[in-house]
Ligand binder design. Sequence first.
Ligand SMILES: N=C(N)NCCC[C@H](NC(=O)CCC(=O)O)C(=O)O
Length: 440
Amino acid sequence: MREYNFDGLIGPTHNYAGLSPGNLASQHHGGQPSHPREAALQGLEKMRFVSELGVGQAVLPPQPRPSLRTLRALGFTGSDEEVITRAARDGEHLLRLTSSASAMWTANAATVAPSADTADGRVHLTPANLTQMFHRAIEADTTHAVLRAIFADAKHFQVHAPLPGAAHFADEGAANHTRLFTPGHKAVHVLAWGRSAWQDVKGPQRFPARQTLESSQALARLHQLAPEQVVLPQQHPDGIDAGAFHTDVLAVGNERFLMLHALAFVEHPKLLQTLREKLGDAFRFEVATDAELPVKDAVRAYPFNSQVLSLPDGSMAIIAPIESRETPTAHAFLERVVAGDNPVKAVHYLDVRQSMNNGGGPACLRQRISLTDAERAAITADVFYSPALHEGLAAWVRKHYRDVLKPEDVRDPQLARETMTALDELSRLLKLGSVYDFQQ
Ligand SMILES: N=C(N)NCCC[C@H](NC(=O)CCC(=O)O)C(=O)O
């Protein structure tokens, strides 16, 4: 089995609209101009870097924005241009919500279990319904269509529908999921959550908890995981209140290694003990206390929103955002991790600032999917990274993307037209078929 990092290609309407309460970067940058072309090229450079480390890399496409389908469903009528003009006049906030390029954060696209772990021996994928935030909830249908197009072979893959039930089954995808394993032990799926739909659990006071316990339980069932392989910790409410809206803002794991902040989970020592029991002595972890790395710094600099990658030589490398190098406490923590008794031997700092300014670091930008050679061969879409694909995508970005986008530019009907033209071309470039509603 090989892990592929499916990165979200950052879409042409990338902008800062301040849409996510509890996501401090989104709140802070709302209203500022963005740079869509630079954003997409930064994302492509990250893909190149990861691929050159010898790690599997692939790409997931952006979604049509503004979402005309959503605006029509909310009562705006007429031609595409008229829908946008009317929404700009009578529902400007709705236009902002339907224009976000948030599908770039593919950690939130789905939760995935590899075939080695599931009872029926297939890869199981469940697109996240993202119901907690309206601008993200509208991603689910297209994500479902895209995943069905890529993972089409029912012999190897089962793509489930997003969880039903709106707020009760609010699901944020792999941002709250970590798969750990050690040789000789069954893999463990850590499926975290921030609130419960039906149980009385103390949650955050200031910011919303997004994922429910009941969603995490449903994912474990759908993916046919054995009960002893599943651990369901609660995100620490104080961590959420400090700005850790997803688990991956304060914790990241890979194979036999977990790196976490003390405010990532409620009673983290107990969680670590459970993991040690399930994974054996090879399991390693590094905890940052609030004294070593204040949660405020962790939320601003995102050292835990790193990718921890297994390299061909058996060691691991961390891909961290450059903000972590610029923040002394976060930098010192990562350097301590590299020097520690664990498999991480290097840390690389990459510039994904355009995405970071909306609260999305390296780990948010990728969905990890482990595939056997046969599963990989069953995928006919041209989504796996190669230098040639990189060139094709970079040329596509340069051709279609604007340099600057001010939040009010989403009022321009021309932007929607440009995006449709670009995505139509992209779906052919990636051999995806007609996955977008405007292509139906
Ligand atoms: N942690 C992970 N895995 N993903 C990060 C998602 C960031 C995203 N930001 C936004 O949606 C901001 C959009 C805006 O404000 O324009 C969110 O809050 O859902």
